[in-house]
Design a protein around this ligand. Structure first.
Ligand code: CP
Length: 326
Protein backbone atom coordinates (compact mmCIF):
# COMPACT_ATOMS: atom_id res chain seq x y z
CA UNK A 1 0.00 0.00 0.00
CA UNK A 2 1.18 3.57 -0.54
CA UNK A 3 2.10 5.08 2.83
CA UNK A 4 3.26 8.62 3.61
CA UNK A 5 6.05 8.17 6.14
CA UNK A 6 8.73 10.68 5.16
CA UNK A 7 9.20 13.77 3.02
CA UNK A 8 12.04 11.92 1.29
CA UNK A 9 9.30 10.12 -0.69
CA UNK A 10 8.74 13.34 -2.68
CA UNK A 11 10.43 14.65 -5.81
CA UNK A 12 9.87 18.21 -7.00
CA UNK A 13 7.24 17.03 -9.53
CA UNK A 14 5.21 14.93 -7.11
CA UNK A 15 5.38 17.71 -4.53
CA UNK A 16 4.12 20.22 -7.11
CA UNK A 17 1.23 17.89 -8.07
CA UNK A 18 0.19 17.52 -4.44
CA UNK A 19 0.37 21.25 -3.70
CA UNK A 20 -1.66 22.06 -6.83
CA UNK A 21 -4.29 19.51 -5.78
CA UNK A 22 -4.38 21.15 -2.34
CA UNK A 23 -4.88 24.53 -4.02
CA UNK A 24 -7.87 23.20 -5.96
CA UNK A 25 -9.37 21.87 -2.71
CA UNK A 26 -8.96 25.09 -0.76
CA UNK A 27 -12.49 26.36 -1.53
CA UNK A 28 -13.89 23.12 -0.05
CA UNK A 29 -11.67 23.31 3.03
CA UNK A 30 -12.02 27.00 3.72
CA UNK A 31 -15.66 27.54 2.80
CA UNK A 32 -16.58 24.54 4.93
CA UNK A 33 -18.05 22.46 2.10
CA UNK A 34 -17.58 18.81 1.11
CA UNK A 35 -16.28 17.07 -2.01
CA UNK A 36 -17.58 13.56 -1.46
CA UNK A 37 -14.98 11.44 -3.28
CA UNK A 38 -14.37 9.29 -0.17
CA UNK A 39 -18.03 8.63 0.67
CA UNK A 40 -18.24 5.45 2.79
CA UNK A 41 -14.53 5.39 3.71
CA UNK A 42 -13.45 5.43 7.37
CA UNK A 43 -10.24 6.92 8.79
CA UNK A 44 -8.53 5.64 11.93
CA UNK A 45 -6.85 8.61 13.61
CA UNK A 46 -4.49 7.06 16.19
CA UNK A 47 -2.69 9.67 18.28
CA UNK A 48 -0.48 8.30 21.04
CA UNK A 49 0.89 11.82 21.70
CA UNK A 50 -1.03 15.08 22.24
CA UNK A 51 -2.13 17.04 19.16
CA UNK A 52 -4.56 19.78 18.22
CA UNK A 53 -3.76 20.78 14.62
CA UNK A 54 -2.59 17.53 13.10
CA UNK A 55 -5.28 15.28 14.57
CA UNK A 56 -8.20 17.63 13.98
CA UNK A 57 -7.16 18.85 10.53
CA UNK A 58 -6.65 15.25 9.37
CA UNK A 59 -10.11 14.45 10.74
CA UNK A 60 -11.68 17.52 9.11
CA UNK A 61 -9.92 16.74 5.81
CA UNK A 62 -11.29 13.18 5.70
CA UNK A 63 -14.81 14.40 6.57
CA UNK A 64 -14.66 17.11 3.86
CA UNK A 65 -13.89 14.35 1.34
CA UNK A 66 -17.09 12.61 2.45
CA UNK A 67 -15.54 10.04 4.80
CA UNK A 68 -15.99 9.35 8.51
CA UNK A 69 -13.38 9.41 11.28
CA UNK A 70 -12.65 7.30 14.39
CA UNK A 71 -10.23 8.89 16.85
CA UNK A 72 -8.15 7.57 19.69
CA UNK A 73 -5.87 9.72 21.80
CA UNK A 74 -3.20 8.56 24.24
CA UNK A 75 -2.07 5.09 25.28
CA UNK A 76 -4.63 4.80 28.08
CA UNK A 77 -7.49 4.68 25.58
CA UNK A 78 -6.04 1.75 23.62
CA UNK A 79 -5.21 -1.80 24.71
CA UNK A 80 -1.52 -0.87 24.46
CA UNK A 81 -2.12 0.22 28.08
CA UNK A 82 -2.63 -3.53 28.79
CA UNK A 83 0.67 -4.40 27.09
CA UNK A 84 -0.51 -5.00 23.50
CA UNK A 85 2.26 -4.47 20.96
CA UNK A 86 2.31 -1.87 18.20
CA UNK A 87 2.48 -4.74 15.66
CA UNK A 88 -0.70 -6.40 16.99
CA UNK A 89 -2.44 -3.02 17.23
CA UNK A 90 -1.51 -2.31 13.63
CA UNK A 91 -2.79 -5.67 12.36
CA UNK A 92 -6.06 -5.28 14.30
CA UNK A 93 -6.94 -1.75 13.23
CA UNK A 94 -5.94 -2.44 9.61
CA UNK A 95 -9.09 -4.59 9.52
CA UNK A 96 -11.28 -1.64 10.44
CA UNK A 97 -10.16 1.32 8.33
CA UNK A 98 -9.53 2.55 4.77
CA UNK A 99 -6.69 4.84 5.90
CA UNK A 100 -4.84 5.31 9.18
CA UNK A 101 -2.96 8.29 10.63
CA UNK A 102 -0.53 7.52 13.46
CA UNK A 103 1.33 9.83 15.82
CA UNK A 104 3.63 8.06 18.26
CA UNK A 105 6.47 9.18 20.58
CA UNK A 106 9.08 6.71 19.23
CA UNK A 107 11.18 7.56 16.18
CA UNK A 108 10.54 4.98 13.43
CA UNK A 109 7.38 3.64 15.09
CA UNK A 110 4.99 4.74 12.32
CA UNK A 111 7.10 2.97 9.68
CA UNK A 112 7.01 -0.18 11.83
CA UNK A 113 3.24 0.24 12.21
CA UNK A 114 2.87 0.38 8.42
CA UNK A 115 5.29 -2.47 7.67
CA UNK A 116 2.92 -5.42 7.34
CA UNK A 117 -0.42 -3.88 6.47
CA UNK A 118 -2.11 -2.97 3.19
CA UNK A 119 -4.06 0.04 4.44
CA UNK A 120 -2.39 3.41 3.65
CA UNK A 121 -0.71 4.85 6.75
CA UNK A 122 0.22 8.52 7.20
CA UNK A 123 2.90 9.58 9.64
CA UNK A 124 1.38 12.23 11.93
CA UNK A 125 4.73 12.59 13.76
CA UNK A 126 7.05 9.87 15.08
CA UNK A 127 9.11 10.97 18.06
CA UNK A 128 12.08 13.06 16.96
CA UNK A 129 11.80 11.52 13.47
CA UNK A 130 9.54 13.13 10.87
CA UNK A 131 6.36 15.17 10.54
CA UNK A 132 5.88 15.01 6.76
CA UNK A 133 2.43 16.58 6.47
CA UNK A 134 3.49 19.59 8.59
CA UNK A 135 6.31 20.14 6.09
CA UNK A 136 3.78 19.94 3.23
CA UNK A 137 1.56 22.52 4.95
CA UNK A 138 4.62 24.72 5.52
CA UNK A 139 5.84 24.73 1.91
CA UNK A 140 2.28 25.22 0.67
CA UNK A 141 1.99 28.25 2.96
CA UNK A 142 5.40 29.59 1.93
CA UNK A 143 4.52 29.36 -1.77
CA UNK A 144 1.23 31.20 -1.18
CA UNK A 145 2.73 33.90 1.02
CA UNK A 146 5.63 34.47 -1.41
CA UNK A 147 3.25 34.59 -4.42
CA UNK A 148 1.38 37.43 -2.67
CA UNK A 149 4.68 39.30 -2.38
CA UNK A 150 5.72 38.57 -5.98
CA UNK A 151 8.50 36.25 -4.78
CA UNK A 152 9.28 32.57 -5.26
CA UNK A 153 10.60 29.95 -2.88
CA UNK A 154 13.35 29.09 -5.37
CA UNK A 155 16.28 31.33 -4.51
CA UNK A 156 14.81 32.46 -1.18
CA UNK A 157 16.67 33.06 2.08
CA UNK A 158 15.04 31.01 4.84
CA UNK A 159 15.92 31.38 8.53
CA UNK A 160 15.09 28.35 10.70
CA UNK A 161 15.23 29.38 14.36
CA UNK A 162 15.17 27.51 17.67
CA UNK A 163 15.50 23.88 18.69
CA UNK A 164 16.66 22.42 15.38
CA UNK A 165 18.01 19.21 16.97
CA UNK A 166 14.77 17.76 18.36
CA UNK A 167 12.15 19.41 16.14
CA UNK A 168 10.74 16.83 13.72
CA UNK A 169 8.64 19.49 11.96
CA UNK A 170 11.60 21.76 11.25
CA UNK A 171 13.77 18.83 10.14
CA UNK A 172 11.10 17.55 7.74
CA UNK A 173 10.74 21.11 6.44
CA UNK A 174 14.51 21.48 5.96
CA UNK A 175 14.58 18.20 4.02
CA UNK A 176 11.65 19.06 1.74
CA UNK A 177 12.93 22.58 1.04
CA UNK A 178 16.05 21.05 -0.51
CA UNK A 179 13.79 20.03 -3.44
CA UNK A 180 13.65 23.72 -4.41
CA UNK A 181 16.49 25.52 -6.19
CA UNK A 182 19.34 27.50 -4.67
CA UNK A 183 18.01 28.34 -1.26
CA UNK A 184 20.08 30.13 1.31
CA UNK A 185 19.43 28.60 4.73
CA UNK A 186 20.30 30.42 7.93
CA UNK A 187 20.17 27.98 10.82
CA UNK A 188 19.85 29.81 14.13
CA UNK A 189 20.12 27.61 17.22
CA UNK A 190 21.59 27.64 20.71
CA UNK A 191 24.69 25.49 21.30
CA UNK A 192 23.71 21.82 21.57
CA UNK A 193 20.42 22.29 19.68
CA UNK A 194 21.86 22.68 16.16
CA UNK A 195 20.51 20.95 13.05
CA UNK A 196 22.07 17.46 12.64
CA UNK A 197 25.20 17.60 10.48
CA UNK A 198 24.01 14.94 8.04
CA UNK A 199 20.98 17.05 7.09
CA UNK A 200 23.18 20.12 6.55
CA UNK A 201 25.62 18.11 4.42
CA UNK A 202 22.76 16.76 2.29
CA UNK A 203 21.45 20.30 1.64
CA UNK A 204 24.92 21.57 0.68
CA UNK A 205 25.42 18.61 -1.66
CA UNK A 206 22.21 19.62 -3.44
CA UNK A 207 23.60 23.12 -4.10
CA UNK A 208 22.06 25.10 -1.25
CA UNK A 209 23.94 27.58 0.87
CA UNK A 210 23.80 26.86 4.61
CA UNK A 211 25.17 29.10 7.36
CA UNK A 212 24.85 28.48 11.09
CA UNK A 213 24.29 31.27 13.64
CA UNK A 214 24.25 31.39 17.41
CA UNK A 215 22.40 34.75 17.56
CA UNK A 216 19.38 36.21 15.77
CA UNK A 217 21.44 39.18 14.50
CA UNK A 218 23.19 37.38 11.66
CA UNK A 219 20.39 34.86 11.14
CA UNK A 220 17.52 37.23 10.40
CA UNK A 221 19.38 39.63 8.13
CA UNK A 222 18.15 39.32 4.50
CA UNK A 223 15.67 36.57 5.49
CA UNK A 224 12.64 36.32 3.19
CA UNK A 225 11.14 33.99 5.76
CA UNK A 226 11.63 33.29 9.46
CA UNK A 227 10.45 29.91 10.70
CA UNK A 228 10.41 29.86 14.51
CA UNK A 229 10.15 26.62 16.49
CA UNK A 230 9.28 25.64 20.03
CA UNK A 231 11.84 24.05 22.29
CA UNK A 232 10.93 20.35 22.39
CA UNK A 233 10.93 19.99 26.19
CA UNK A 234 9.41 16.52 25.93
CA UNK A 235 12.47 15.29 24.00
CA UNK A 236 15.24 16.56 26.30
CA UNK A 237 16.41 16.65 29.91
CA UNK A 238 14.60 19.25 32.01
CA UNK A 239 17.82 21.16 32.84
CA UNK A 240 18.63 21.63 29.14
CA UNK A 241 15.17 23.09 28.52
CA UNK A 242 15.52 25.49 31.46
CA UNK A 243 18.80 26.82 30.10
CA UNK A 244 17.25 27.77 26.74
CA UNK A 245 18.27 31.38 26.15
CA UNK A 246 15.81 34.23 25.70
CA UNK A 247 17.93 35.73 22.95
CA UNK A 248 16.25 33.41 20.41
CA UNK A 249 12.75 34.84 20.98
CA UNK A 250 11.03 36.06 17.79
CA UNK A 251 9.15 39.18 18.83
CA UNK A 252 8.22 42.63 17.54
CA UNK A 253 11.55 44.11 18.59
CA UNK A 254 13.69 41.39 16.97
CA UNK A 255 11.71 41.52 13.73
CA UNK A 256 11.75 45.32 13.45
CA UNK A 257 15.47 45.58 14.30
CA UNK A 258 16.84 42.59 12.42
CA UNK A 259 14.58 41.37 9.59
CA UNK A 260 13.64 42.86 6.20
CA UNK A 261 10.34 44.79 6.08
CA UNK A 262 8.56 42.17 3.92
CA UNK A 263 9.64 39.11 5.92
CA UNK A 264 7.12 36.25 6.33
CA UNK A 265 6.95 34.70 9.81
CA UNK A 266 5.83 31.11 10.35
CA UNK A 267 5.82 28.63 13.26
CA UNK A 268 4.45 25.07 13.15
CA UNK A 269 2.72 25.68 16.53
CA UNK A 270 1.96 25.05 19.30
CA UNK A 271 3.97 27.97 20.66
CA UNK A 272 4.71 28.16 24.36
CA UNK A 273 2.16 30.51 25.97
CA UNK A 274 4.15 31.09 29.18
CA UNK A 275 5.05 34.81 29.58
CA UNK A 276 8.76 33.89 29.71
CA UNK A 277 8.49 31.64 26.62
CA UNK A 278 11.27 32.03 24.13
CA UNK A 279 9.92 30.92 20.77
CA UNK A 280 7.33 33.33 19.30
CA UNK A 281 5.89 36.29 21.18
CA UNK A 282 2.19 37.21 21.03
CA UNK A 283 3.23 40.85 20.50
CA UNK A 284 3.42 40.05 16.76
CA UNK A 285 -0.16 38.72 16.56
CA UNK A 286 -1.61 41.79 14.85
CA UNK A 287 1.30 41.97 12.38
CA UNK A 288 0.13 40.87 8.89
CA UNK A 289 3.57 39.36 8.23
CA UNK A 290 2.82 36.73 10.88
CA UNK A 291 1.16 33.95 8.86
CA UNK A 292 0.77 31.29 11.58
CA UNK A 293 -3.00 31.05 11.43
CA UNK A 294 -3.10 31.13 7.63
CA UNK A 295 -0.60 28.25 7.98
CA UNK A 296 -2.94 26.25 10.27
CA UNK A 297 -5.91 26.99 7.99
CA UNK A 298 -3.96 25.52 5.07
CA UNK A 299 -3.67 22.21 6.98
CA UNK A 300 -7.08 20.95 5.89
CA UNK A 301 -6.67 21.44 2.11
CA UNK A 302 -3.16 19.96 2.15
CA UNK A 303 -4.27 16.91 4.15
CA UNK A 304 -7.29 16.46 1.83
CA UNK A 305 -4.79 16.33 -1.05
CA UNK A 306 -2.71 13.73 0.84
CA UNK A 307 -5.73 11.45 1.36
CA UNK A 308 -7.01 11.91 -2.19
CA UNK A 309 -3.59 10.95 -3.56
CA UNK A 310 -2.97 7.98 -1.25
CA UNK A 311 -6.46 6.60 -1.83
CA UNK A 312 -6.26 7.15 -5.60
CA UNK A 313 -9.30 9.41 -6.03
CA UNK A 314 -7.53 12.59 -7.16
CA UNK A 315 -8.77 12.17 -10.75
CA UNK A 316 -12.38 12.43 -9.50
CA UNK A 317 -11.83 15.76 -7.78
CA UNK A 318 -12.17 18.18 -10.76
CA UNK A 319 -15.62 16.78 -11.61
CA UNK A 320 -16.63 16.86 -7.96
CA UNK A 321 -15.57 20.52 -7.72
CA UNK A 322 -17.42 21.38 -10.97
CA UNK A 323 -20.61 19.81 -9.61
CA UNK A 324 -20.30 21.55 -6.26
CA UNK A 325 -23.00 24.09 -5.54
CA UNK A 326 -20.97 26.86 -3.93
N1 CP B 1 2.11 21.41 14.42
C1 CP B 1 1.62 20.36 15.10
O1 CP B 1 1.98 19.19 14.86
O2 CP B 1 0.68 20.68 16.04
P1 CP B 1 -0.10 19.62 16.95
O3 CP B 1 0.92 18.96 17.85
O4 CP B 1 -1.13 20.41 17.70
O5 CP B 1 -0.70 18.60 16.03
Amino acid sequence: APHLLSVTQFQRDSLGDLLRLAGSLEPVAQRHKTCRVLEGAVLGNLFFEPSTRTRLSFGAAFCRLGGAVCDTTGFTFSSMAKGESLADTSRVVAGYFDAIVVRHPETGSVARFAENIEVPVVNGGDGAGEHPTQALVDVYTMEKEFARLGKTLDGATVALVGDLRHGRAVQSLFRILTLYRQLSFKLVAPGGLEMPTELIDAAVTLGHQVTQHSTLQGGLRDADLVYATRIQKERMQEEAAEGYPARFRIDKSAISRLAPADVVILHPLPRDSAPEANDLSCDLDADPRLAIFRQTDNGVAVRMAVFATLLGVEAQIPACLRDANW
